[in-house]
Design a binder for this molecule. Sequence first.
Ligand code: ZN
Length: 197
Amino acid sequence: MYLDKDICKEGNPILKMKCQEVKLPLKDEDVKCLEQLYEYLIISENEEMTKRYNIRPGVGIAAPQVGVAKRMFAMNCTDFLDEKQTKYSYALINPQIVGYSEQMTYLPDGEGCLSVTRTTEGYVVPRHYVIKFKALAYDFITKKAKYITKILEGYPAIVFQHEYDHLDGILFVDKMVHKDETKAIPLYTVEKEDEEK
Ligand SMILES: [Zn+2]
């Protein structure tokens, strides 16, 4: 499994690279890498495990973050704004964004990244509110990959765009702007009691 020491941090040149398409048919080493990326996210959901292995929780991780400059990433997030708390778990190969809304949004508390250790308080990243993607999705149970096309909206769309940017050598800190400088609409309103804290 990947540990914090395996994750490339800001300043590492691999995080600035445009990653290569994954060649098909899939090689075992690529599947193994993707599986370990996905595993990291699943393990990091468990607080006890994050303490035991001293890892940071994450909802997405891309291959370049573990030193592999290939177009693959895993995401595992719950849409906390959705009544049904829908989960979005994907292990994706050669993803493409094939459509997006003009409407922009951002996480009012800003984004975080396993590769960025500094604080970026007050800074946010404008993202498309809706995206449509195509990708080869790997299923670790059936051990098969198949092409999928999905529309994501809100939080999972933001997570996807953050991870997708990693494949083009872009970190969220390269795109962030001060909260007061964006016309995008916050994804949710920060509650008053939070502001008073
Ligand atoms: Zn990141």
